[in-house]
Structures are given as structure tokens and as C-alpha cells.
Design a protein. Structure first.
Length: 235
């Protein structure tokens, strides 16, 4: 997987996000796809899936196309240069369709713009800092792009769970939250949140899952298999 030398680099969150997509989902949209990691992971699990990978960074999208080609997915992949937070007319003009994707996934920028120090490199700062109002625009775009009955999945740090849940519960039903911890008994650090467009089912909070055991750097078997590309995330 090719990545930029500087700036935001895809990591475990992107792999988990791609592995969390529902079985057999035919049409995928990855919002803010970066180099395409999450979308390509999802496609590797489902050979009939067609994916649209969307990001505003045209330089990054060159790597996205290279990665799709290197993995043999070019024929099943559409790469779009589009700002997720742009007005609907601009998104449509860029090729982003409404009510078209059975699965919409995103690993949005995650540090509050007023908290801490922005990274010096522009791409990295843009990829890692977001205020709640901008996050809500991401959720709004995801809601507009998903098919009726389609799923929307975000991965996010637990510190910003409140605005994420507010946006999800306003627009979706069957919201499911999977808390993830570094080790058993430790505090949750990130969450996966999934919802269904048009559902009226209540929110479900699942039991937390640990990535590592009590000692050592290795992943527990469930997550080791996911990060090796041998299993998807069942939740």
C-alpha cells in the first residue's frame, strides 16, 4: 500500500473500518478515503463489491489509483476528487451520487481544531482536525449518499463520541456502537459506530473488545486475523 512520506498516514483504524462492512454489500462509498486503505480492505473481502473512493486531496488520489491498480481493483473502483463538506450541487457535479451506496464508510479527521497544536504539514493538519459542525457535515453527506436501508459506518476516537452520536441518532436508526480498548480492563480509546438509513430501531452499545492481551505487543487472535487480511470484523 503506497502512502505519502509526510502527512496523514492510514493505520489500524482504516483496516478495521474496511473489515467492518456488512457481508456482500454491493456498492461502497469511502468518504475521505486517503490512499484508499479502508475501501480496498472491504473490496478484498467481497469480490463483487464496486467502490467509490472520494477525497478532496488530488495528490493523495494519485496514490489511491495506484493502490487500486496494484491490488487488481481498478475495474471495480471509481476515484473522485470531492470535498465531503461541500454543498450538494458541488458534490453532485464531482460525481458523488445521492441514495446510491449500500455501505458508506468514513474515518473522519478527529482532533478538535481548537485543541492542541496543529501539525505543521498542511495535509496532516487537514486530515486530523475537525470541529463538531464540520463532523456533522460529514454525517449529513453520508446520510444523503446511502441507499434506503443502507449502512453508514464511522470509526472515531472516544473523546469525540458525543457529537458523532448526536449526528447519527438525528439521521439514522439501529445505531450500534462497538467500543475498542488497547488491553482488557483499560479505558476505551476508539469506537466503531454503525447505523441504518431509514431504520427506527434503538441504539445498541456492544461490549468493549480489546486489541491486545494483558502483556506484549501482539494482537489478540480476532484482530490479528483482521490485520492480516484473513478475517472481517463481526459485530
Amino acid at each position: 500500500m503506497s502512502q505519502p512520506r509526510h502527512g496523514f498516514r492510514a493505520g489500524l483504524d482504516s483496516v478495521l473500518l474496511g473489515a467492518a462492512v456488512a457481508p456482500g454489500s454491493p456498492w461502497l462509498l469511502d468518504l475521505g478515503c486517503g490512499v484508499g486503505t479502508a475501501g480496498l480492505v472491504a473490496m478484498s473481502h467481497w469480490p463483487d463489491m464496486v467502490a467509490t473512493l472520494a477525497d478532496r486531496d488530488k495528490d493523495i488520489l494519485a496514490l489511491t489509483r495506484d493502490n487500486a491498480a496494484a491490488n487488481g481493483f481498478s475495474a471495480r473502483t471509481t476515484v473522485l476528487a470531492v470535498d465531503v463538506t461541500a454543498k450538494g450541487a458541488e458534490r453532485h457535479a464531482a460525481g458523488l451520487a445521492e441514495n446510491a451506496y449500500a455501505s458508506v464508510i468514513a474515518n473522519p479527521p478527529f482532533f478538535d481544531a481548537g485543541a492542541g497544536t496543529l501539525a505543521g504539514e498542511g495535509g496532516r493538519a487537514g486530515a486530523r482536525h475537525m470541529d463538531p459542525a464540520t463532523l456533522d457535515l460529514w454525517i449529513k453527506t453520508a446520510a444523503g449518499c446511502a441507499t434506503p436501508g443502507g449502512e453508514v459506518i464511522f470509526v472515531y476516537p472516544v473523546e469525540s463520541l458525543s457529537p458523532l452520536l448526536a449526528g447519527f441518532t438525528q439521521r439514522f436508526g439501529a445505531v450500534t456502537v462497538l467500543p475498542l480498548t488497547p488491553r482488557p480492563g483499560q479505558a476505551v480509546t476508539r469506537v466503531l459506530v454503525r447505523a441504518i438509513k431509514g431504520s427506527r430501531a434503538p441504539l445498541t452499545m456492544l461490549a468493549s473488545r480489546a486489541l491486545h492481551g494483558d502483556e506484549g505487543r501482539g494482537f489478540l487472535p480476532e484482530f490479528d486475523a483482521i490485520f492480516r487480511g484473513e478475517a472481517r470484523l463481526v459485530w
